[in-house]
Write a protein that binds this ligand. Structure first.
Ligand code: PEP
Ligand code: MG
Length: 959
C-alpha cells in the first residue's frame, strides 16, 4: 500500500541527471529489501518507453512488466531533490516517488497518490521542503472538498426499514470510495437526527477516506421512531468539508422547502438544492477501455496530450456513473479514476469542441493509447467461458454423444488419455432461508470462513504447482475480505440464515464482476462462486462425493479450483469440460497438473453415460466416444511415440537440424521483444529469423528515437552472441494502427496502406529505424527485411535508403531482403531475386492473400491453410528463383512449425525455418527424421493435389 511514512523519504539528495537519480532510487529500493538489483533495469526501461513525470515537480519511476519478478515487497520510497533533476523536456523533478509493485497494485498506488494531490502546483513547496513531515503535509494536500454528486444520490431505493435505507446510503459512499469497511459499523443508528419533512440525518467520522454526503429516499413511505421516513442523509464526515452544504440545508429547511428533497424525483434537483456537482449537459461519447493494465500512467498521458490540443473543457467518467467526471487534461485526475480494462469511459466535451474532440478521444482509446491491446470479448463471451452454471438438461440431452462420435473441442493440455467416463455435476445444496439470530448466524459464518481458510491453507502447502497455489491464495484473500463479510453481516440483520446471506452476497458480487464483460474479472467471479460453494458446503456439512479409484476421464461443465483436491493425477487420466476456453481455470489447472485435457467441448459431453470409454487427445483437441480396438491401439502407440519424441527432441535441442541424408536446415526463432532472445537461444535457436519491431513502436506514445531503438536492437544482438539476427522493419498500418501515426480509416485495411507502403509515406521514421539497426550491429551478422513488399519499386526505394545510410554507418556483415507475403512478390521473385540478399516467406499473410480469406475471419480462418497447393506453388517459385541467384529463403509464418508442413517446406528447398521458441526442439527433431530426396519428391507430388485437405492427408500417409 502507499505508505507515506517519514522514514521512507530521503531528504536533500542530489543527482546530476535522470539516470543518476534512477540509480540512487534503485539503491534505496534494494537496500530496503523491496526489490532485487535487476529492478533498476526496469526503472530505466520504463523511462525509455516514456517519461514518468507526473506534473507538479513529481515523477513516479517504476519498473516494467518484465521486471515485476524483481519485486519482493510492494512499497514506495521517496527521494527529495531540492536542486531539481531534469526528467526530460526541461521538466524538473523535486520529488521522485519510486514504486515497487508486482502487478496492478501499481495502478492502485497511483490512484491513491494522485487523489492526495491537490489542485495547485506543489513544485515550489516540494523544492523548499525542509523535512519529511513537510513533504507528507504537501502530498496530503489541502483539505478535501465534500463529495456530493449524482453518484451519491439514489431516489426510490428498495428498503423495508431505517437500517436498510441507511445501508443503501453507506453503499453509495463505499462505491464512491468515500468510506472503508468499518464505516457502516461505526454509524450510530440509534442516534439518527430527524430534520423534519420526513428527512433524517446520520453521520460518522470513522473509516472515512474522503468526505462525502449520500442522500437516499425509500421507494415507499416508511416510519422511524414513530415519525415519517422519506429521506436520509448519510455523511462521511472529515473536518469542516460539509459546513457550506450544511448551511444550505439548514436554510432550505428553515424556508420550509424540505419536501423538495424528500419528494425529489431527479438527483439534479437534490444536487442543485444542496450545491452539489451537477453534471454538465454536454455532448458525450462512450468507449470501452481495453488496455490490459487499465488507464495507467502511459496511456493516461497519451489521453491528456490529445485533450490538451483542444481549447475547452473535456471531462471523462465511468459510463453509468452520475459523477461530473474529471478533466481529461489532468494526468493525476485520470490516474485517480483507476479505470481498468473492461470499463467503459464516457467523455463529455464543451459543445464548441465536442465535434472534433470526442471522435479523436474515442479513436485513441480504441487504438490502445499507445499500447498493444487485446480486443475485449464480445458481450456474453466472457460469462460463457467461465460461469460454472450447468447447461440445462434439455441442452445436454439434445447434444448427448453416442459410441463412435468424434468431437472437437479446445486443446487445453497436451497428452493422450484413455479411460472410462465420470460425469460430475454440481451438487445441489439445500439450506434454510431464515436464521436463529444475526449474532448466532455471524458466529456460524465466521467459524465456516476460518475452517475453509485453514483447509485451503493445507491445499496450498500440498500443491506442487505455483499456478494452483496462486489461485488458492486469491481464495484465501477473498475469505478474509472485510467488505464481503460486512455486506453479509448487513444481510443477516434482516433475519437471514448465514447460508442465505452468504450466498446472496456472493451472487451479487459475482454478478457485478461478470457484468463488466472482462475476461479477468469474470474469472474472479468464478473464483468468488467457487469460494462461495465451498463455504456453503462447510456451513451445511455437505461432503464432496467420492471419485472411483480406477484412472478415469473426469467430465464436468467447468473445473473449479475447489475440485483440485480431488484431482489426483494418478486417478484422473484426462479432463473434459463442456465449457471454458484456453485460459479458463479448467485449462490452467489441467496444464499445471499435467493432465491431458480438452475444454469447451459443448454440453453433449455432460450427457455421456457413466463408464463409457473415451479417447481424448489434448494436443489436437479431439475426443472419440467408445473408440474401436484399432483406434485405441493406434492412440496408445502414438502416445508413447509423442512422449519419447518430445523427450529426445529436448535433449538434442542445441544440435543442428540435418536430414538423414545430410541436408542442413537452419532453425531460428520468431520474437517480438528483445527480452525474449536469451530464452530462444536456450531453447536451441540458431539465430533470430524474425524480430517483429512493432512492439518497440507500440510501447511509446510517439515514434521512439534512434537511441531508444538502438538500445533494444543491441540487446538482441548481444544475447545472440554472434548468431544472425533477421529484423523486419516496422509493419503497421491497416489492421495494426499506431496511435501517433494518423491514417484515414480504410474500408478494407488488409488491402490498404500497410507495411512498407506505409513506411515509405513516412521515410523519416523508416530512416531512424534503419539508422538504429545499422548503428547497433557492431560487426555482428545483421539481416534487414521489409514487410509486405508487393512491387519492385517499393523494394528499390527502401533498399536505396539502406545503401545511402550504410555509407555513413558501415556494417561488415549486412544482408538486405524482403518478406514474401503478397502473391505478386512471389510471382516476380525471379526479378526480385537478382537484387535482394534473401527472402523470408510470411506464410500467414501469403496464405490470406492467396486464398482471399482474412486470417482472423471468425468462421473461414480455419480454411486459411498454408498447405493449400496454391500457396505451396508460390513458395516453390520463390525458392527456385532465389537459389538460381545464390540467395537463401526462410519461412517465418506459423506454417514453419507445422509438423505436416516441415517435410514439404524442406522438400521445396527452404533453407531456414523460423518458429516460436518453444517449437524449436520439435521442428529440429522433425527435420532429422526426414530424407531430403524423399521430401523433394513428396513436395512435387503435393503441388499436383487439389486442396489443403488432400495435401495434409497425403503427407500424413507418407511421413
Ligand atoms: C506472416 O505474415 O507470415 C508473418 C510472419 O508476419 P505477421 O504474422 O507478423 O504478419
Ligand atoms: Mg505478415
Amino acid at each position: 500500500m502507499l505508505d507515506l511514512n517519514a522514514q521512507h523519504i530521503h531528504m536533500h539528495q542530489a543527482a546530476a541527471d535522470k539516470s543518476a537519480a534512477l540509480a540512487l532510487l534503485g539503491e534505496v529500493l534494494v537496500a530496503d529489501g523491496l526489490v532485487a538489483p535487476g529492478y533498476l533495469d526496469g526503472l530505466r526501461a520504463r523511462e525509455a518507453q516514456g517519461s514518468t513525470f507526473l506534473g507538479q515537480g513529481i515523477a513516479i519511476p517504476h519498473g516494467t512488466p518484465e521486471t515485476r519478478d524483481q519485486v519482493f515487497t510492494t512499497g514506495v520510497r521517496l527521494l527529495h531533490f531540492p536542486s531539481g533533476v531534469d526528467w526530460g523536456n526541461g521538466q524538473l523533478v523535486y520529488l521522485a516517488i519510486g514504486i515497487a509493485a508486482r502487478s496492478d497494485e501499481h495502478l492502485r498506488l497511483l490512484q491513491l497518490l494522485t487523489r492526495a494531490l491537490g489542485e495547485g502546483d506543489l513544485s515550489e513547496g516540494l523544492q523548499q521542503a525542509e523535512s519529511p513531515e513537510a513533504i507528507i503535509g504537501l502530498l496530503q494536500g489541502a483539505p478535501q472538498a465534500l463529495a456530493l454528486d449524482g453518484e451519491l444520490v439514489s431516489l426510490g431505493v428498495a428498503a423495508d426499514d431505517f437500517d436498510e435505507l441507511a445501508w443503501q446510503g453507506v453503499k453509495l459512499l463505499k462505491r464512491a470510495q468515500c468510506v472503508e469497511p468499518g464505516f457502516n459499523a461505526s454509524l450510530p443508528l440509534g442516534q439518527s437526527l430527524p430534520l423534519g419533512d420526513g428527512l433524517w440525518w446520520l453521520s460518522s467520522e470513522q473509516s472515512v477516506q474522503r468526505p462525502g454526503l449520500a442522500f437516499v429516499t425509500p421507494v415507499s413511505n416508511l416510519e422511524h421512531q414513530g415519525q415519517p421516513l422519506n429521506g436520509l442523509f448519510v455523511l462521511a464526515s472529515m473536518g469542516e468539508a460539509h459546513q457550506a452544504m450544511l448551511e444550505r440545508l439548514c436554510n432550505l429547511l428553515i424556508e420550509g422547502r424540505g419536501q423538495e428533497l424528500s419528494q425529489a424525483t431527479s438527483s439534479r434537483t437534490v444536487l442543485e438544492a444542496l450545491g452539489g456537482d451537477v453534471p454538465a449537459d454536454w455532448p458525450s461519447a462512450q468507449v470501452p477501455l481495453a488496455n490490459a493494465h487499465g488507464l495507467h500512467a502511459r496511456p493516461a498521458k497519451v489521453l491528456t496530450e490529445i485533450a490538451q490540443a483542444f481549447e475547452g473543457d473535456i471531462r471523462v467518467r465511468l459510463a453509468g456513473s452520475e459523477s461530473v467526471g474529471v478533466s481529461v487534461k489532468s494526468l493525476s485526475k485520470l490516474l485517480a479514476m483507476g479505470a481498468h480494462r473492461g470499463q467503459v469511459l464516457e467523455f463529455i466535451a464543451e459543445p464548441p469542441i465536442a465535434g472534433d474532440a470526442l471522435p479523436a478521444l474515442v479513436r485513441a482509446v480504441e487504438e490502445g493509447l499507445g499500447e498493444e491491446v487485446e480486443p475485449l470479448p464480445a458481450p456474453g463471451e466472457a460469462e460463457q467461458a467461465v460461469i460454472a452454471t450447468q447447461p440445462p438438461e434439455s441442452a445436454i440431452e439434445q447434444a448427448a454423444l453416442r459410441a463412435g462420435d468424434q468431437v472437437n473441442g479446445i486443446a487445453a493440455s497436451p497428452g493422450i488419455a484413455i479411460g472410462p467416463v465420470l460425469v460430475r455435476k454440481p451438487q445441489v445444496i439445500d439450506y434454510p432461508k431464515r436464521g436463529e439470530s444475526p449474532v448466532i448466524e455471524l458466529q456460524r459464518l465466521d467459524a465456516a470462513l476460518n475452517k475453509v481458510h485453514a483447509e485451503i491453507g493445507t491445499l496450498i502447502d500440498e500443491s506442487q504447482a505455483a499456478s494452483i497455489r496462486d489461485i488458492f491464495t486469491t481464495h484465501q484473500a477473498m475469505l478474509r475480505d472485510p467488505a464481503l463479510r460486512e455486506e453479509v453481516q448487513v444481510r443477516l440483520q434482516s433475519g437471514l440464515s448465514a447460508e442465505a446471506a452468504w450466498m446472496e452476497e456472493i451472487d451479487t458480487a459475482a454478478q457485478q464482476q461478470e457484468a463488466l464483460h472482462d475476461q479477468l474479472l469474470a474469472e474472479r467471479a468464478a473464483d468468488l462462486r467457487d469460494v462461495g460453494r465451498r463455504v456453503l458446503a462447510c456451513l451445511t456439512g455437505v461432503e464432496a462425493e467420492q471419485a472411483p479409484d480406477e484412472p478415469y476421464i473426469l467430465v464436468m461443465d467447468e473445473v473449479a479450483p475447489s475440485d483440485v483436491a480431488t484431482l489426483n493425477a494418478q486417478r484422473v487420466a484426462g479432463i473434459l469440460t463442456a465449457g471454458g476456453g484456453a485460459t479458463s481455470h479448467s485449462a490452467i489447472i489441467a496444464r499445471a497438473l499435467g493432465i491431458p485435457a480438452i475444454v469447451g467441448a459443448g454440453p453433449g459431453v455432460l450427457g455421456l453415460a457413466r463408464n463409457t470409454l473415451l479417447l481424448l487427445d489434448g494436443e489436437r483437441g479431439e475426443l472419440l466416444v467408445a473408440p474401436s480396438g484399432a483406434q485405441l491401439e493406434r492412440a496408445r502407440s502414438e502416445r508413447a511415440t509423442r512422449e519419447e519424441r518430445k523427450r529426445l527432441a529436448d535433449e538434442h535441442r542445441m544440435e543442428p537440424a540435418v536430414t538423414r541424408d545430410g541436408h542442413p536446415v537452419e532453425i531460428a526463432a520468431n520474437i517480438g521483444a528483445a527480452g525474449e532472445t536469451p530464452e530462444a537461444v536456450a531453447m536451441g535457436a540458431e539465430g533470430i529469423g524474425l524480430l517483429r519491431t512493432e512492439l518497440v513502436f507500440m510501447n511509446h506514445s510517439q515514434a521512439p528515437d534512434q537511441a531508444t531503438q538502438e538500445a533494444e536492437y543491441r540487446r538482441v544482438l548481444e544475447a545472440l552472441e554472434g548468431r544472425p539476427l533477421v529484423v523486419r522493419t516496422l509493419d503497421v498500418g491497416g489492421d495494426k494502427p499506431l496511435p501517433y501515426w494518423p491514417m484515414p480509416a480504410e474500408e478494407n485495411p488488409f488491402l490498404g496502406v500497410r507495411g512498407i507502403r506505409l513506411s515509405l509515406q513516412r521515410p523519416d521514421i523508416l530512416e531512424t529505424q534503419l539508422r538504429a539497426l545499422l548503428a547497433s550491429a557492431d560487426g555482428r551478422p545483421l539481416r534487414i527485411m521489409f514487410p509486405m513488399v508487393g512491387n519492385i519499386d517499393e523494394w528499390r526505394t527502401a533498399k536505396a535508403m539502406v545503401e545511402r545510410l550504410r555509407v555513413e554507418l558501415p556494417v561488415a556483415d549486412l544482408q538486405v531482403g524482403i518478406m514474401i507475403e503478397i502473391p505478386s512478390a512471389a510471382l516476380i521473385a525471379p526479378v526480385l531475386a537478382q537484387e535482394v540478399d534473401f527472402f523470408s516467406i510470411g506464410t500467414n499473410d501469403l496464405t490470406q492473400y492467396t486464398l482471399a480469406i482474412d486470417r482472423g475471419h471468425p468462421t473461414l480462418s480455419g480454411q486459411a491453410d498454408g498447405l493449400h497447393p496454391a500457396v505451396l506453388r508460390l513458395i516453390g517459385m520463390t525458392v527456385e528463383a532465389a537459389h538460381a541467384h545464390g540467395k537463401w529463403v526462410g519461412v517465418c509464418g506459423e506454417l514453419a512449425a507445422d509438423a505436416l508442413a516441415v517435410p514439404l517446406l524442406v522438400g521445396l528447398g527452404v533453407d531456414e525455418l523460423s518458429v516460436s521458441a518453444r517449437s524449436i526442439a520439435l521442428v529440429k527433431a522433425r527435420v532429422r527424421e526426414l530424407d531430403f530426396a524423399a521430401c523433394q519428391r513428396l513436395a512435387q507430388q503435393a503441388l499436383m493435389l487439389p486442396g489443403a485437405h488432400e495435401v495434409r492427408a497425403f503427407v500424413g500417409e507418407h511421413c
